[in-house]
Write a protein of this length. Structure first.
Length: 255
C-alpha cells in the first residue's frame, strides 16, 4: 500500500490525541516597516548550534527574540508544493526539527525537499503553534489578547536563510506508534503495518470542493489509532485512501 505524505496522529488508552496536521498560520503584514539586517549568503552560514539546542530556548506559549549570532542548518522536509503546508517550511537536522514561517508563495521553487539551508537567527523570534516551535520575523500584538508570530517577508528571506550545498532528501525516521515521543515533533517519520479502517477506505484525502481538511483513521497493531490529516487545499485531496496494509510517512506533530 502506498500513501501520500501527509499528517499522522493517534490516540491511546490515556485519551491522548497525537496528530500530524496542517499548520495553518495565516499572517498579515501590511504596511509594516522591517529592520534590514546585513545580507547573509549560503557559503557564509555555518551552524554553531543544533535545532535541538534552539528548541531549548523556547518556553511554550511565549515569544522570545533571538539576540545572539546563532546559526542552525537543516534539510527541508516539508514545503508548499502540494499546498498541504501554507506559508511555511520545516527543516530537520540530526537532532530535531523546526517550522520556519515565510510570508511568500511557491516556496518549493527555492526551498525544495532535500535542500539544505542555513538560518541566521539573530533578530528572529521563537513561538509555537499546536506544540510545534516556530521561527518568525516578529510578533503582531495589534490584538493584545491574541498575539501571533509573523512570517519572514519575501524580500528578507535571503537575508536570514541561505541555500547550502550537499543537500539530499531526508530519510524518514522509522518508528513504532509507541515510539512517537515529543522529541520527534516536526520530524519526518515513517510507520509500518498500518491500514485504514473500513469506514475510511476509498475516501478522498480531503474535501477540495469545499476546501475542508479531513482526518482518516489508521489502525495499528499495537496501541490505539493513528489519524492521517490532510489540508482542504492539498492538490492530492481528490485521491482516494488505499486498501491494504502498508507504510505511512508524514510530519509528526502534537495537539
Amino acid at each position: 500500500m502506498s500513501m501520500h505524505t501527509s499528517y499522522i496522529g493517534f490516540n491511546n488508552i490515556f485519551i491522548r490525541w497525537i496528530c500530524i496536521f496542517f499548520l495553518w498560520g495565516i499572517c498579515c503584514n501590511c504596511d509594516k516597516v522591517w529592520d534590514v539586517p546585513p545580507l547573509y549568503t549560503g557559503p557564509a552560514l555555518k551552524a554553531n548550534m543544533s535545532i535541538k539546542d534552539l528548541l531549548r530556548l523556547h518556553i511554550p506559549n511565549n515569544y522570545e527574540k533571538i539576540s545572539a549570532d546563532y546559526i542552525i542548518e537543516g534539510t527541508v522536509t516539508a514545503n508548499d508544493k502540494t499546498d498541504n503546508f501554507y506559508k511555511s517550511i520545516i527543516i530537520q537536522d540530526s537532532t530535531a526539527a523546526v517550522t520556519i514561517k515565510l510570508d511568500g508563495y511557491n516556496l518549493f521553487t527555492k526551498y525544495a525537499l532535500g535542500q539544505k539551508v542555513g538560518v541566521a537567527l539573530n533578530g528572529l523570534w521563537l513561538s509555537d503553534y499546536a506544540g510545534m516551535t516556530q521561527i518568525g520575523i516578529s510578533v503582531d500584538r495589534s490584538d493584545p489578547a491574541s498575539p501571533f508570530l509573523l512570517g519572514i517577508p519575501q524580500p528578507l528571506m535571503n537575508r536570514y536563510i541561505g541555500l547550502l550545498a550537499g543537500g539530499k532528501l531526508m530519510t524518514p525516521i522509522s518508528v513504532l506508534p509507541t515510539g512517537l515521543v515529543d522529541s520527534l515533533k516536526g520530524c519526518l517519520v515513517a510507520i509500518d503495518q498500518l491500514e485504514f479502517v473500513v469506514s475510511d477506505t476509498g475516501k478522498p484525502y480531503s474535501d477540495l470542493v469545499n476546501q475542508l481538511p479531513a482526518s482518516h483513521t489508521l489502525r495499528t497493531c499495537s496501541i490505539g489509532n493513528l489519524y492521517l490529516r490532510t489540508s482542504g487545499f492539498a492538490s492530492f485531496g481528490n485521491a482516494l485512501t488505499p486498501r491494504g496494509n502498508g507504510r505511512a510517512t508524514g510530519i509528526y506533530t502534537v495537539f
